[in-house]
Design a protein around this ligand. Sequence first.
Ligand code: FAQ
Length: 311
Amino acid sequence: EVTTPERVFEETIERDQRIEPRDWMPEGYRKTLVRQVAQHAHSEIIGMQPEGAWIARAPSLRRKAILLAKVQDEAGHGLYLYSAAETLGADRADLTAKLISGRQKYSSIFNYPTLNFADIGVIGWLVDGAAICNQVPLCRSSYGPYARAMVRICKEESFHQRQGYELLLTMMRGTEAQRDMVRDAVDRWWWPSLMMFGPPDGDSPNTRQSMAWKVKRHTNDELRQKFVDMTVPQADALGVSLPDPELRWNADRGAHDFGEPDWAELKRVISGDGACNAERVERRRTAHEQGEWVREAAAAHAAKRAARQEA
Ligand code: FAQ
């Protein structure tokens, strides 16, 4: 029997082993990974903005130091993921250009505004909570560099989630005004957090192939359900209610029933028409342009060093 590269690839996937950068892979596999990893990297980088807006307004030195560390972690995750995309032959400058010109996506969640400091806690609790739910299975993704990046990123996300929850616990033990801030933030972020998992399975064009390739390990709806089941007891412990009248335990299914997110809203936000899309991309473009001299200087320095070493 002749062993073709295609067969080696398929067997590696079947055996739950990893595809590595130098292995042969179908063009579609490479393309879908570049798409997902780049979108993930862009999300981390754009995701610095909603929280970054509160660093200078944090209510104490301790909260400021925590938030600063979290936002720096996100920059690290972005760089880590861009590196993973580069192992697939993508060019980072090109990925950035595609983000800025709207040809590549980033997570819908970062197009919502952060209106008060409780939003920082809720982002940690719900947004990082959803991110963890989605990303822990990706530690078993079939592409080695992506899976390994996820291991480290998930550890840091767990810390982010705890800091958010701890912030909310503190506010809930505070004044009535602080509790109102938390409730308001939970009401605004709940549905967008559910939308982070993507469109419902019946409307998700990429899921079937990505599952066959073991790039994704669960469908969007499976992960959304897991997130709801994980979050409900946490909301109870916190003493807040989630803004969904249809949310209730279903003993037959052993899971919570919940209402339908507004899918038209998700489509709108993904296609560029959310509250903050223009602002987020503009900010990213400006930062990129303002960093040009740094990139030029670093390249010039590297060229000089290389020339010196040759001499
Ligand atoms: N937003 O066929 P599917 C974080 C697009 S966490 C925008 O279901 P797929 C941590 C999708 O790309 C956030 N676009 O697609 C943090 C596709 O469009 P395309 C980042 C969305 O890939 C916390 C189309 O819709 N996490 O950053 C969204 O199989 C706090 C059809 O959808 C990841 O990226 C959406 N919500 O499943 C940072 C996780 N949903 O590309 C800072 C890795 C769908 O064909 C602060 N990614 N689309 O033009 C994934 O798991 C998957 O890519 C999904 C989408 C589940 C997001």
